[in-house]
Ligand binder design. Structure first.
Ligand code: ATP
Ligand code: MG
Length: 148
């Protein structure tokens, strides 16, 4: 799925002069879930990495299989997010009020959707970011999830 989304965005990357690297580590990347939602999750994170990187975006995507699931890591070298907003960015309609974000179109809905997909699959999402340095979103999706 990750490779498919990257391939489908090739023209977008070219147009933005983005360099995107992709590494996969391990041999079993299966995670149980709704394919369309996983596609949208990944697309939203990539869309942000592109949007919030001024100039020529440098994005790295890593996929790693861990004991009970997969880790998806999306890193950009863009504007970054101040620490006080690391939780808030997952709230509906929240956009970081600083920086030049308001020249960039968005509704503040993408990450709320992403967080919902992660939660309903029993996974986790973590953000590591520093203003001016870039952002890394780390998504963990378990191989199996329990219905509750
Ligand atoms: P959309 O609903 O179109 O996705 P959006 O991109 O503004 O709009 P989210 O994807 O939910 O909304 O992101 C929320 C906010 O978090 C953004 O407005 C931006 O301020 C910040 N943000 C998200 N991803 C990044 C990133 N990779 N680098 C810097 N800031 C980011
Ligand atoms: Mg977004």
């Amino acid at each position: 799925v990750v490779a498919q989304v990257l391939a489908s965005m090739k023209l977008v990357f070219e147009k933005k002069r983005a360099s995107v690297t992709f590494h996969a580590e391990g041999d079993d990347f299966r995670a149980r879930g709704g394919k369309a939602h996983i596609v949208n999750l990944f697309y939203n994170l990539l869309d942000n990495a592109l949007k919030y990187s001024p100039g020529e975006p440098e994005i790295s995507v890593r996929l790693k299989c861990v004991k009970d699931g997969v880790l998806l890591n999306i890193r950009d070298k863009g504007i970054g997010i101040p620490p006080e907003f690391h939780k808030k960015v997952f709230e509906k309609f929240f956009r970081v009020p600083s920086g030049n974000v308001h020249n960039i179109k968005g509704h503040g809905l993408g990450l709320n959707y992403v967080a919902g997909v992660v939660k309903s699959h029993g996974g986790t999402i973590r953000l590591d970011s520093q203003p001016g340095k870039g952002s890394t979103f780390i998504v963990y999706l378990p191989k199996h999830y329990e219905k509750n």
